[in-house]
Design a protein around this ligand. Sequence first.
Ligand code: PHE
Length: 348
Amino acid sequence: MNADQARQLLERALDEAREAIGSAASLEDLEAARRGFGGKRSPVSQVNESIKSLAPEDRPVVGKAVSAYNAALGDLVDARRDELQVSARDAARVRDAIDLTEGGHGRRRGHLHVVTQVQRELEDVFVGLGFQVAEGPEVETDWYNFEALNMPPAHPARSMWDTLYVRLGRPEQVMLRTHTSPVQIRVMETRKPPIYTVMPGRAYRKETLDARHSPVFHQIEGLVVDRGITFGDMAGTIEAFTRAYFGPDKTSRLRPSFFPFTEPSAEFEVTCTFCDGAGCSVCSRTGWIELGGCGMVDPNVLRAVDIDPEEYSGFAFGFGLDRMAMDRHDIDHIKTFFEDDVRVLEQF
Ligand code: PHE
């Protein structure tokens, strides 16, 4: 072999190598092509072997041609390897992709509990009337649940609420709140008038479970304290709320009642939503459904939180949410709300 033959051989080999490498479909194909055109029995290794038998002046020329061939082969292999790796990654990405629009594996999205829905709607109505929303603890002390609400120890009115006490501290000093009214005290302790606040939450009473009574239930409390607040403001607020929540064809009325923390006190009723006031079995033929209690904040309650009753007056109201949710959806037992049977709850 002379220098020309060697160069021609390498040129042809490089053309073939370019062809083979370009069509290598996998990293294994590519490695086979690299060995075939660069390994022990390849054309280039024959040329390399023959260098020592060449004329001395041809040796460096052929030696350079061999290096150039090796470098070119290396570049071709590197370039093809990059291409194959990129397409392998692309293929894997397609193969392993998770279709996030597919909706998961039978998992369904839940929604708010039906009582929470009623609570949120009521909050929205009152926020629309200019009220703020506040919350308080469910475990209360005697001061907040009774004493500050104008019921000193042993006051007979305490028996209006069958209380569940917590074994903590002195006997009968810590309890599950029997109504949301203690939050009135907490709000007035931390904020100076004007106060326009609603306070939703859970309350507890030692009550036997029946269709419409449960030892755990929900209430929303309202409190307004400002200069010059009158009984007329209270009646107007209750009427505005009634129309906003139950609809403009419904109205409200007040009937005399008693609560230790309000004076005068009233019960408020709204047009029966079942018969529109005509009288039916739900409203005992009266056309009205009793919703809750209300009244002008007793001066003793204002004094308990250092608000001057000569300067300020106010009103408060409170009513239950569970029966509202029951009546709205024709649910006949209050236990439906805390049995947590998803098949039932998902219907509302
Ligand atoms: N807290 C009273 C109850 O649960 C309701 C009420 C609230 C009455 C506010 C008057 C003023 O029975």
